[in-house]
Design a protein around this ligand. Structure first.
Ligand code: ZN
Ligand code: ZN
Length: 348
């Protein structure tokens, strides 16, 4: 049963949730076996041709910037996979924190981390806010949630989709808010109010075989005075992003500073397409999302860290570069970073 079930909402089901524009049917066991068998027969994914770029994090700057509160410069730092540390509005936030060795329910099996995190959890500035997009193991990592909940200076606020607050409570997390799509939570931050909104994504959820799509999934729009940040979570391509642009147009007019200053968009885990297209975009579709949203800049994430699918770990940025050339986009408009690298953004 879905305890939040509201028959008036098109994405609600008595047993869970569904996407708005494309009905998602979890893949059958036969399809999963066909994919895995095919991948192992063909030796997929091939190993990367070059190491994934890394940079030592500028911890001095990040900590000074965190302490600057209202005078903070907006930044994004790639920790790895979909984990980004963003500083905006005087707050330090993390998207989908995973610092563990594996994206799996057990420590001895499942996708293994191919590079250490760009910043270790213990080296982070105090984290004020954690945005968890859904409960897949590469996005909601129990050990990382636990470590953040016990950070010195008090736990961050965890913002999660419907159904995940009780999962957090079961792990001792009390400072949490759960949201439905288009619902917001307002935080009083050093530079003024920051609004955090859960938005739709074309995806699904599960931690086991019997809980598929019983808790909600999504992305986040964060509206701070100095930065509008978008994080897509995991998503296939859908009309959700043009819906968002229309909905946010009244607060993102040119004289108000325009569209999202930075969009964190997934560019990896897309092969084979017959299996992945309804849940993960490829680079071409990520560029479409960037354009649909009208984002000023996008950062490609969800690659280079865990081998989840059939493409080589270092292919997504090459595919993105090819799409930039094909679609007339500059590198500054849709870029990737080294693990551990920080980029300072222009404030709105
Ligand atoms: Zn996922
Ligand atoms: Zn994922």
């Amino acid at each position: 049963m879905n305890p939040s079930y509201d028959p008036a909402k098109p994405h609600h089901r008595p047993q869970g949730f569904q996407n708005v524009h494309t009905e998602f049917t979890p893949k059958s066991l036969a399809d999963v076996l066909r994919w895995r068998w095919d991948a192992s027969r063909r030796g997929l994914p091939p190993p990367p041709q070059a190491p994934i770029p890394r940079l030592a994090p500028d911890l001095d700057f990040l900590h000074r910037n965190a302490r600057a509160a209202a005078r903070m410069q907006p930044t994004v730092t790639w920790v790895g996979h979909a984990t980004v540390m963003a500083q905006l509005g005087g707050l330090t936030l993390l998207t989908d924190p995973i610092f563990s060795e594996r994206a799996s329910p057990v420590s001895f099996l499942g996708p293994k981390r191919q590079q250490p995190p760009g910043i270790l959890a213990r080296d982070l500035p105090h984290v004020d806010l954690v945005l968890a997009s859904h409960n897949h193991y590469d996005h909601l990592d129990e050990a990382s949630v636990d470590a953040l909940n016990r950070q010195s200076g008090g736990p961050p606020l965890f913002v999660v989709p419907l159904g995940l607050k009780s999962w957090l409570a079961g792990r001792g997390v009390r400072h949490a808010v759960e949201l439905d799509w288009w619902q917001s939570h307002l935080l009083q931050a050093p530079a003024g109010d920051v609004e955090v909104m859960l938005v739709p994504a074309q995806h699904w959820s599960a931690r086991g075989l019997t809980d598929r799509m019983t808790t909600l999934w999504g992305g986040f729009a964060v509206f701070a005075p100095d930065c509008h940040l978008f994080y897509a979570g995991d998503t296939g391509y859908s009309r959700d992003f043009t819906d968002m642009r229309a909905r946010f147009a009244p607060r993102q007019r040119p004289e108000q500073g325009g569209g999202f200053d930075i969009a964190l968009l997934p560019i990896g885990a897309y092969e084979p397409r017959w299996f992945m297209a309804t849940q993960h975009v490829n680079a071409q579709e990520a560029v479409k999302i960037h354009r649909d949203l009208g984002a000023k800049q996008s950062l490609g994430v969800h690659w280079g860290t865990f081998e989840l699918t059939d493409e080589p770990l270092d292919e997504p940025p090459k595919a993105l570069a090819a799409q930039r050339r094909a679609q007339g986009l500059s590198e500054d408009e849709f870029f990737v970073m080294a693990i551990g690298e920080t980029r300072v953004l222009r404030p709105r």
